[in-house]
Design a protein around this ligand. Structure first.
Ligand SMILES: [Zn+2]
Length: 320
């Protein structure tokens, strides 16, 4: 069978029969004219290190912390991208064809990912495997995919990354294990700090109101109640009924501040603030890091920033 990976000179694991179907589909799709030549020109392969692709920036940062300099880690989606309903480009498929490993979140986060991995040869590993999941309220058993928003969930991701990278590059398994242990220890320290700061919120200020319902895992860790405009991005965002329901809740519980996330439009939440007199407490980060000069260039920064923004918003006071 004439498979593109034969031209890459790199042994790749074929995980499923679907891959063979997918490669055929990709070859018939757009971008086929240059697909075969891509590995020589793609910046993703301009050094000899194995290439690890992640679906979004948060996972890329986590994987880099474990990989150190041994592997080249990149994110398929850019900073600020909407990851739930993302549509992979022909360029993404070319990059994936040159990758040795693809890491995704799973739990239905990346709605586009099943087709994407069907179209590429590289093995993929689901980083949320083993996390204690939370169902979305009222969504008939649908799992909330944002498990990295809990530092303890993040530690499960780190374990999975260590295992996946060690399988890919066994010669450096010792380094990956050591990096993973150090990183997990930082996460554990941060978990204790976050839980303490959020638990210190007064009992009548413990409702976290956001745009997307992305904070269930953090709320569970910290003992917060949640309210949100819509459960998951790219599904029925900001309907009048959703906005009215959140306005009722904010009024009923006298919630002092409401928030929205960096990758979605905050207008509906500003409307909630305007109509209820609650403060607009600022921007939380969930589905993407910021750029290097922004407030959350790393996953640890993201967790710290969100906890500080929530505490400051709900109490009017900065974290000590
Ligand atoms: Zn999300």
């Amino acid at each position: 069978m004439d498979r593109r990976r034969g031209q890459l000179g790199r042994p790749l694991t074929v995980a499923a029969l679907a891959v063979a179907v997918g490669v055929g589909a990709a070859a018939c799709g757009s971008g086929r004219g240059d697909a075969g030549a891509a590995p020589t020109t793609d910046s993703a392969v301009d050094d000899d290190r194995p290439v690890v692709l992640t679906t979004f920036t948060v996972l890329a940062d986590m994987a880099r912390n474990v990989a150190g300099d041994h592997l080249r880690v990149e994110s398929i989606t850019d900073v600020g991208a909407e990851i739930h309903g993302y549509e992979p480009t022909p360029e993404d498929l070319r990059r994936a064809a040159g990758a040795d490993l693809v890491l995704d979140n799973g739990l239905g986060l990346e709605a586009w990912f099943a087709q994407f991995v069907a179209d590429v040869d590289a093995e993929h590993v689901v980083l949320s495997d083993g996390v204690k999941t939370i169902a979305i309220a009222g969504e008939d058993g649908v799992v909330n995919p944002h498990a990295w928003m809990s530092p303890s969930g993040g530690q499960v991701y780190v374990d999975n990354i260590v295992e996946a990278l060690s399988d890919l590059d066994p010669a450096h398994a010792g380094d990956f294990a050591a990096n993973g242990a150090a990183y997990a220890a930082e996460l554990e320290e941060l978990r204790v700090e976050l839980v303490e700061s959020l638990r210190a919120l007064p009992p009548d200020q413990r409702v976290l109101v956001t745009c997307e319902g992305a904070f269930s895992y953090l709320a569970r860790d910290a003992g917060l109640a949640e309210a949100y405009l819509w459960p998951v991005n790219s599904e029925r965002q900001s309907t009048p009924r959703q906005v009215a329901a959140v306005i009722d809740r904010v009024r009923a519980e006298d919630v002092p501040a409401v928030f929205c996330e960096s990758t979605v439009n905050g207008d509906a939440q500003r409307q909630v603030a305007a109509e209820t007199g609650a403060r607009y407490g600022g921007t939380l980060f969930v589905d993407s890091l910021s750029g290097p000069g922004g407030p959350v260039p790393t996953y640890l920064d993201l967790l710290r920033h969100d906890a500080a923004t929530i505490v400051t918003g709900l109490t009017g006071e900065d974290l000590p």
